[in-house]
Design a binder for this molecule. Structure first.
Ligand SMILES: Cc1cc2nc3c(=O)[nH]c(=O)nc-3n(C[C@H](O)[C@H](O)[C@H](O)COP(=O)(O)OP(=O)(O)OC[C@H]3O[C@@H](n4cnc5c(N)ncnc54)[C@H](O)[C@@H]3O)c2cc1C
Length: 392
């Protein structure tokens, strides 16, 4: 299934898409077709994409597309980031950790000091410095207040001690935004975000690159911090104790990206299953002629169409700066749960071939599973939405 065949099944275009974006999409599509798709199996074996993927993306202006040009970015909007996330999902790639890189850049842009923006954003835009955000620990994921990593002030520096796990881009990151306690007794108010430059950082160690069920070419790693010194100027935003609020502020951006990937993957699953069931015959007719197949795909088409309208609205709201955390939680919950069900139904229609990893539907089945877990598990999304009901 190609992005082109998928486009044939795509719903009508939304307001945030325009002719300029179509040109940009062409560049993105060529980049993915050249730099990622042909190398996927090797990337899966090595558990990360090549370093050149990042630098080439930087050269083409595909990184930090929504960051102002004065910081080396593309001077575009979230629509450009959306196109990139969408094209990667349509091509079935979940290895290039672009979303996390974008999210890190967004933290810097919106929460960083002027000096922090000037220092890091241009390097990130060129793909010379890859971003990661390290929240999760072996003992704390959904309940972030339980983190144990500490950043203790020591003169003009902080000393970070602790460990993180499941960190996307972890082994390749040049910049890790570390979530740590600067005042352990103060609960959520004692959390801060520290910008750690990993190169030559004494006491910083990358552990295992973790072997996963899916998303195998994604670099997902353990990180260890043993009294790692970070200059005090690298406290994001320069005010201690604001980490939790900073994390919450960025959630709508992050979760809209998750929703966008999920809806694009649902569309991709539908397109590849439609192609397959038209070609495969059983009992003297294409699988697509069987009522069960037609009805299953009709259901998925309906869900993809309704979901796409909602996600397009969310994208537009991020562009306009009006997206809120509750709507972002709804978008992430609904699209990732829908993808999970849709890809399972689609795989069934491939029969035994659907279980073979050489078929993209099998890969997508494995890649989709974690989308209900990372970026906030579905149960946490339900909790957020339920809390919003209390306020109604
Ligand atoms: C591939 C991958 C990439 C990741 N990338 C990153 C990254 O870049 N940076 C990062 O910091 N983290 C990352 N994570 C971690 C991810 O965000 C966490 O796994 C996730 O937040 C869940 O935390 P946990 O695994 O500790 O599960 P737990 O918090 O232990 O939760 C386990 C399960 O318990 C249930 N649960 C928990 N709390 C509640 C509640 N209040 N109500 C009801 N049910 C609940 C949910 O079903 C949940 O799935 C990544 C994870 C994976 C698998």
């Amino acid at each position: 299934m190609t992005s082109d065949s998928m486009a044939a099944h795509a719903p009508a275009s939304a307001s945030w898409r325009d002719a300029d974006l179509d040109l940009y999409r062409g560049t993105v599509r060529r980049f993915v077709a050249e730099m990622i798709t042909p190398h996927r199996e090797r990337f899966e074996r090595q558990q990360h994409v090549d370093r050149e993927v990042w630098t080439r993306a930087g050269e083409l202006g595909l990184l930090l597309a929504d960051v102002p040009t004065e910081y080396g970015g593309g001077g575009g909007t979230f629509a450009h980031v959306a196109v990139l996330a969408e094209e990667l999902a349509l091509a079935g790639d979940y290895g290039f950790g672009l979303s996390v890189h974008q999210i890190c850049a967004h933290y810097l842009l919106r929460q960083g000091t002027e000096a922090q923006k000037q220092r890091y954003l241009p390097m990130m835009a060129r793909g010379e410095m890859i971003g990661a955000i390290a929240m999760t620990e072996p003992g704390a994921g959904s309940d972030l207040q339980r983190i144990r990593t500490r950043a203790d002030r020591d003169g003009d520096a902080y000393r970070i001690s602790g460990s993180k796990t499941f960190i996307s881009n972890g082994s390749m990151a040049g910049l890790v935004i570390v979530v740590a306690k600067t005042e352990p007794e103060a609960g959520g108010k004692g959390i801060s975000l520290l910008l750690l430059e990993t190169r030559d950082a004494r006491g910083f160690k990358v552990g295992r690159v973790l072997d996963k069920l899916g998303q195998k070419s994604a670099d997902t790693s353990e990180l260890f911090f043993d009294d790692v010194r970070v200059p005090a100027d690298n406290l994001l935003g320069s005010v201690e104790g604001r980490g939790f609020a900073q994390l919450m502020t960025e959630l709508p951006y992050e979760r809209t990206l998750c929703a966008l990937s999920a809806i694009a993957s649902t569309e991709a699953a539908l397109a590849m299953t439609l192609d397959y069931t038209r070609e495969r015959h059983a009992f003297g007719q294409p699988l697509f002629a069987l009522q069960n197949t037609r009805f299953k795909l009709a259901d998925i088409k309906s869900q993809a169409t309704v979901g796409r309208c909602f996600v397009d609205t969310c994208v537009q709201r991020v562009i306009d700066g009006t997206m809120d955390p509750d709507t972002a939680a709804i978008a992430k919950l609904w699209t990732t749960e829908t993808l999970g069900r849709a890809v399972d139904e689609c795989l069934q229609l491939f029969g035994g071939y659907g279980y073979m990893l050489e078929y993209p539907i099998a890969r997508l089945y494995a890649d989709a599973r974690v989308q209900r877990i990372y970026g906030g598990a579905s149960e946490i999304m339900r909790e957020i939405i339920a809390r919003s009901l209390e306020r109604q």
